[in-house]
Ligand binder design. Structure first.
Ligand SMILES: *[C@@H]1O[C@H](CO)[C@@H](O)[C@H](O)[C@H]1NC(C)=O
Ligand SMILES: *[C@@H]1O[C@H](CO)[C@@H](O)[C@H](O)[C@H]1NC(C)=O
Ligand SMILES: *[C@@H]1O[C@H](CO)[C@@H](O)[C@H](O)[C@H]1NC(C)=O
Ligand SMILES: *[C@@H]1O[C@H](CO)[C@@H](O)[C@H](O)[C@H]1NC(C)=O
Length: 484
């Protein structure tokens, strides 16, 4: 099986962490209070889908519909045994456990010297499938691939670069997906890349590896995720159809012949990271590295992913500087988070606590992670604001949970992020609690063991905000309530 033996141990070089220096910024604008009062029912997902967007191109931008993987809008919903609508705490415990696995994998990409066990033997001796799907707290969009175009639902991920899908004949293995598996032999536009091409060599990075198929001298890729899941296959060119007017010839992607673990149900992954191979970079000529998205407040509504300027609510966007934490973290979107306020009161945490570990924003992480000191202060302030409610048991990494049963409406503190350039962003009311059921609603933040852990702004906190990525302009923007 020369096909798979091309992967060799990779020793990652140690690297120097660039430490963002935070500027001292003015006090945030003071308002009387920002407590949110919401109906308990509105926090719980509905059982029917209320779609709000359909994929289309207006004269300025290309808009795709964003759907929560396990909500009623999802094509996976009917077949799925688990459903967010049941408030099943085993299901939620699993999502949170998967979220831990993702965060661990981000840390291992950034912080440690790793011997990547990416060899044939390692791939076959991976621990038995954990039975977990890392992407289950995630969102997906549908794109067309090939000629004629086949529709594929892909998890969209700002934390990774390579776009891949499972491919027939699934030489080694494919997991179960909802749509038919992509078959390159039925596409007139599919092309393997030669393994001597510069494009093949360009693949190599900490997480993506390349090699040469002994049979056809074509380029082979391998990508491995933190929990041992992986995709290996042909690195190829294909026609990518986002909408009827936005078609990209020769889009580079992974045609996975051996896929395991992560993305059960969805056909693969749409990489929106910052490295050359990502969709953002490959479509730079058309969209100039500009995209935005809105994640819906519950799994029963839909959001949007928009490429190009001029989509949706361009008004009221507050931009903060996009940073790169380190060379190894270069595919992540770094932000200069320096403080957090609860009901407009700044937490008593030095900005250096945030800036020394650095912060990224990631569409694939569910719960926001903070340095230990910052999380403790946030939790204390939040609990203080919630002292009229009965606390209930923790779930997984969430330790500040309330029992809202018997309440029609509840009030909870507003939370805002402050960035080094003085920008303050209020989270949407939907971006504060992780609601397991009406009797268990938890503060959707978690702390690292100490202050060295990377800050990660997760997707709960991004809910309903228009998240604007102007990569060419080196800034990321936030605008309030742009989807249901
Ligand atoms: C993947 O989906 C199949 C079929 O729906 C199911 O049998 C299997 O348990 C799922 N695997 C995981 C890891 O959830
Ligand atoms: C692409 O390369 C693989 C081997 O890696 C081969 O099996 C397949 O037939 C090739 N496909 C085309 C269209 O050349
Ligand atoms: C990405 O592309 C740019 C421009 O072509 C090039 O300068 C840079 O070295 C590339 N980076 C990687 C990691 O290949
Ligand atoms: C929540 O409160 C209700 C009413 O007070 C009670 O019946 C229920 O057992 C509580 N549930 C939990 C999980 O604490």
């Amino acid at each position: 099986m020369g096909f798979f033996s091309v992967f060799v141990f990779l020793i990652l070089c140690s690297f120097e962490k660039d430490i963002a220096v935070a500027a001292i910024s003015p006090e945030p604008h003071l308002l009387p209070h920002t407590t949110h009062t919401v109906e308990v029912n509105s926090l719980l997902p509905a059982t029917t889908c209320n779609p709000s967007t359909k994929g289309h191109t207006n004269n300025k931008a290309t808009i795709l519909e964003v759907v929560h993987k396990h909500g009623p809008c999802s094509i996976f919903h009917k077949s799925s045994k688990t459903s967010t609508t049941k408030g099943d705490d085993k299901y939620h415990a699993q999502i949170l456990k998967q979220d831990e696995a993702r965060v661990n994998s981000i840390h291992s990409r950034l912080n440690y010297r790793i011997h990547h066990p990416f060899t044939q033997s390692a791939a076959t001796t991976l621990p038995a499938k954990s039975g977990l799907l890392l992407g289950s707290g995630n969102y997906f969009v549908t794109v067309g691939l090939g000629t004629p175009a086949k529709q594929l639902s892909l998890v969209f991920d700002t934390g990774s670069d390579l776009t891949w899908t499972q491919c027939r004949p699934c030489l080694r293995s494919c997991y179960t997906q909802s749509e038919p598996i992509f078959d390159p032999s039925l596409s007139a536009s599919y092309k393997n890349l030669s393994c001597t091409s510069a494009t093949c060599t360009k693949l190599s990075s900490a997480v993506i590896q390349h090699g040469c198929s002994s049979a056809s001298s074509s380029c082979v890729y391998g990508i491995r995720y933190g929990d041992g899941s992986f995709s290996i296959g042909d690195f190829a060119k294909e026609k990518l159809t986002l909408t009827s007017t936005d078609v990209f010839e020769g889009f580079l992607f992974g045609c996975g012949q051996e896929n395991e673990g992560l993305f059960n149900g969805s056909a693969g992954l749409l990489g929106l990271g910052r490295n050359n191979i990502s969709l953002v970079e490959q479509t730079a000529m058309k969209y100039n590295r500009f995209f935005s998205y809105c994640l819906p407040s519950t799994s029963s509504s839909t959001g949007h992913l928009t490429f190009g300027k001029g989509g949706g609510s361009a008004n009221g966007v507050k931009f903060t500087k996009l940073t790169t934490l380190s060379k190894r973290a270069s595919s992540f979107y770094g932000l200069g988070l320096t403080g957090i306020s609860v009901n407009r009161r700044q937490l008593p945490v030095a900005s250096s606590v945030f800036s020394s570990s650095g912060t990224i924003i990631d569409s694939g992480t569910v719960i926001t992670r903070l340095p230990a000191t910052a999380y403790r202060a946030l939790r204390d302030a939040f609990r203080e604001g919630m002292k009229n409610y009965k606390m209930t048991t923790s779930i997984s990494l969430l330790d500040t949970c309330y029992n809202f049963s018997g309440y029609k409406t509840v009030s909870y503190p507003g939370i805002a992020f402050r960035f080094g350039d003085g920008v303050t962003v209020d989270l949407d009311p939907a971006g504060i609690l992780y609601v397991v059921s009406s009797s268990q609603a938890c503060l959707a933040f978690a702390g690292h063991k100490d202050d060295t852990g990377l800050g990660i702004i997760g997707n709960v906190q991004q809910k309903r905000l228009e998240m604007v990525y102007d990569v060419a302009g080196k800034k990321v923007g936030f605008a309030p309530a742009s989807c249901p």
